[in-house]
Every structure is written in structure tokens, then in C-alpha cells.
Ligand binder design. Structure first.
Ligand SMILES: Cc1cc2nc3c(=O)[nH]c(=O)nc-3n(C[C@H](O)[C@H](O)[C@H](O)COP(=O)(O)O)c2cc1C
Length: 208
């Protein structure tokens, strides 16, 4: 293995850095109108509770899905900064607002196609597009089943562009008992990609 290749394997592609342990990173969490709103909301709480700076952008469709799936009394964690989905003054419009990673969880097929096409007609898509442009970490959590050819092609395009595609695929080996257990598993997987320590699910081989 060449020196450069070895370094890339160790530290990842340029423009990506792992969050230091104990907080201090800036994350953008986009929630779009796919099922699984609890994943995005739990992710925000986990990051905020570890002292990370969390910026949220929630589409109009997502607000409806959250109301339906979580309840009318849903709230963002207090420390989270919410950006309007069409706010031209939002810092998320600009790549000069440096973030460590953008996560779209859950990601609808509509937002997926907009991100893949670079059709940045709202702040969520703009933030994701900026992450790709800047070579920053972008994690997309697409939620639909079964998948159309266009959805698969959009995922392939995003993967080629450097995104991590992390579908919320249920696992059984950690013996989930509740929907919360399953949500914690998905969020744990996202945190793993972000390099954030967590014990949200039982890892294979850890003997718990
Ligand atoms: C209860 C509910 C669940 C939905 N679940 C999904 C889903 O899992 N995946 C998906 O792609 N769209 C889903 N949709 C449809 C999207 O909300 C719709 O396509 C919307 O236009 C997406 O817009 P957005 O990407 O701007 O949030 C759902 C809609 C509702 C009302």
C-alpha cells in the first residue's frame, strides 16, 4: 500500500475529520417527510446531550409526519438551533458556515432525488449539497420500501459523490424489544459513522 493510500485509510478522505470525544463539533440534522421522524429527533438529542452544536432543518412534510408519528406535543431539544426551511438568511445557505457533518434522517425519496440532482430549493437540500461540494461528511438515511429504480440510482449517485448511504435496516441479532430499541440501533449506527462514541445498541461480540 502506498503512503498516501495508507494515510487515507487511517484518516479518511480530505475535508473529513472525526469529532473529538466529549463534544465540540457542529452537526446539521435534516429531517424530511419520510417515516421514521423519531430517528432524526433522537439523533439530535444524543448529539446535543454530548455537548455538540446541533442545527436542525425540518421540511414542511416532515412537520406533518412528526405530528403523526411522535405526537402534536413534539419539541426539539432546547440546545438545538432550528433553521427555517426557506430562510434565505440561514447560515446553512453558505459553505463558509463550516460544519463537521450533515445527516438527513429520515430522507424521503423526494429529498433524496433533489440532493442527488443538486436541486437546492430548500435549506435541507442546500446543506446536503454544500457538504458534497466541500467534501464534508454527508450521511443520508433513505426510508422507502420497496425501492424504485430512480431511488436506487439516486443513492448510487450520492454514494459516488462521497455520501454515506445508511438505510434504517432493522437488525434482529441485538434482540430489540421495542420500537425505541430499534430507533436507538439506527441512531447508534449513524453516530458510529460520525465517530461519536455511543452504547445505543448491543454490539456483536461485546458480551453484554
Ligand atoms: C405519514 C407519512 C409517511 C410518509 N413516509 C414516506 C417515506 O417513508 N418515504 C418517502 O419517500 N416519502 C414518504 N412520505 C411522503 C413524503 O412526505 C412526500 O413525498 C413529501 O413531499 C416529501 O417532501 P420532503 O422531502 O420535502 O420532506 C410520507 C408521507 C406521510 C404523510
Amino acid at each position: 500500500m502506498q503512503g498516501k493510500e495508507r494515510l487515507m485509510k487511517r484518516i479518511g478522505p480530505p475535508g473529513r475529520r472525526q469529532p473529538p470525544r466529549g463534544g465540540g463539533c457542529r452537526f446539521v440534522i435534516g429531517v424530511s417527510g419520510a417515516s421514521g421522524a423519531a430517528i432524526g429527533l433522537r439523533l439530535m438529542s444524543e448529539l446535543a446531550s454530548r455537548g455538540h452544536e446541533v442545527h436542525a432543518v425540518i421540511t414542511d412534510a416532515a412537520v406533518e409526519v412528526i405530528r403523526h408519528e411522535v405526537g402534536a406535543s413534539w419539541r426539539l431539544p432546547k440546545a438545538v438551533v432550528r433553521h427555517g426551511i426557506q430562510d434565505p438568511r440561514s447560515a446553512l445557505n453558505s459553505s463558509s458556515f463550516v460544519v463537521d457533518a450533515v445527516v438527513v434522517a429520515p430522507c424521503s425519496m423526494k429529498s433524496l432525488s433533489a440532493i442527488a440532482a443538486g436541486h437546492a430549493d430548500n435549506i435541507l437540500v442546500r446543506a446536503a449539497d454544500t457538504a458534497l461540494r466541500m467534501g464534508r461528511t454527508l450521511v443520508v438515511v433513505p426510508r422507502e420500501t420497496p425501492l424504485s429504480l430512480s431511488a436506487l440510482e439516486n443513492m448510487a449517485a450520492l454514494k459516488r459523490g462521497g455520501a454515506v448511504i445508511l438505510p434504517p435496516c432493522a437488525s434482529y441479532y441485538h434482540r430489540p424489544r421495542t420500537v425505541d430499541d430499534m430507533t436507538a440501533f439506527f441512531v447508534g449506527k449513524i453516530l458510529d459513522v460520525l465517530g461519536v462514541d455511543n452504547e445505543l445498541y448491543r454490539r456483536w461480540g461485546d458480551g453484554r
